[in-house]
Design a protein around this ligand. Structure first.
Ligand code: CP
Ligand code: NVA
Length: 302
């Protein structure tokens, strides 16, 4: 049985196939050929739990759509209001009894996904945790392929801002695909040391730098919130990160054509309103969440 927890255990070939299939699904879904292929029936008769401990617009709605497009039945459960009524292991043991066929889970802790995997015996998909956001990263790379048309090894991607779950997953993808990847962040911040070393072993073109000039002439600059869900607001952090805001002057100085952001964004904090308005590829990325999630469901269930 397959799961999608981190992408670290996925081969380069599997990741490439997931993205190629996502492009094919995107193309076919808009045509009459869709009803004649097997995709609309892959999840026929299957109930997929969408278990969310945190808010979501994109991940929730695209997984609802993805499951329905493949003929399945999504069941949304908002666990944010449970206020710790029962431990993960009991939740998992209950879920296991109801004949659900798969679990898409957005959780505070990666360990919850591991508990679900251990006790439910159905595919578990990470829909964002404290450490990773693999579904996001798949859509990110699909979008970069559409934008640049470049081979993975020729692509140069910069993540700017505080390293977090989103940059961890981008880094894993870079490690697997050989993409040049730099995390540009203040010297006082750094990605998880062990994960960084593990990724650099697979791909030496993965770097961390506090110098903005180090990402000059890259193809894509990627931003995320400075305060992830559950993070405490500390004004000091915003001050430290101010020099790493994605704004027009920065883009001009760096000569970077494409801007991506996983959304939601905080206008005029990590990215300016002007940049968002001038870079519709940010919404192209949001669209591609749907196609990559359909590709993931196909891979896990077919
Ligand atoms: N990018 C992303 O995961 O968006 P949501 O938090 O709205 O799901
Ligand atoms: N890093 C952000 C991503 C939101 C999609 C968070 O975890 O809140």
């Amino acid at each position: 049985m397959r799961n999608l927890l981190t992408l670290m255990d996925y081969s380069t070939e599997t990741i490439e196939k997931l993205i190629i299939d996502a492009h094919a699904i995107k193309e076919t879904k808009q045509t009459s050929a869709w009803s004649k292929c097997s995709y609309p029936y892959i999840l026929e008769g299957k109930n997929i739990l969408l278990y969310f401990e945190k808010p979501s617009l994109r991940t929730h709605l695209t997984f609802e759509m993805a499951v329905r497009n493949l003929g399945g039945n999504p069941i949304y459960f908002d666990n944010s209001k449970q206020m710790g009524r029962e431990p993960d292991v009991d939740i998992a043991k209950n879920i296991a009894r109801w004949g659900l066929d798969g679990i898409v889970a957005r959780v505070f802790s990666q360990t919850t996904l591991e508990t679900f995997m251990k006790y439910t015996n159905v595919p578990v998909i990470n829909a964002l945790s404290d450490l990773y956001h693999p579904c996001q990263a798949l859509a990110d790379y699909m979008t970069m392929k559409e934008l640049t048309g470049k081979n993975w090894k020729d692509l140069k991607l910069a993540y700017i801002g505080e390293p977090n779950n989103v940059s961890n997953s981008l880094m894993i993808m870079a490690a697997k695909l050989g993409t040049t990847f730099t995390i540009c962040c203040p010297a006082s911040m750094s990605p998880d040391y062990l994960l960084l070393k593990q990724c650099q072993k697979l791909n030496p073109n993965i770097k961390v730098s506090c110098f903005i000039e180090d990402i000059k002439d890259f193809d894509v600059i990627y931003g995320d919130t400075w305060y992830s869900m559950g993070d405490e607001y500390t004004p000091n952090k915003a001050l430290i990160l101010q020099a790493y805001q994605i704004n027009k002057a920065l883009l001009t100085a760096l000569n970077i054509p494409y801007v991506l952001h996983c959304l939601p964004c905080h206008r005029d904090q990590e990215i300016t309103d002007e940049v968002i308005q001038e870079h519709p590829e940010i919404y192209q990325l949001a669209e591609n969440r749907l196609w990559t999630e359909m590709s993931v469901l196909h891979y896990l269930f077919y």
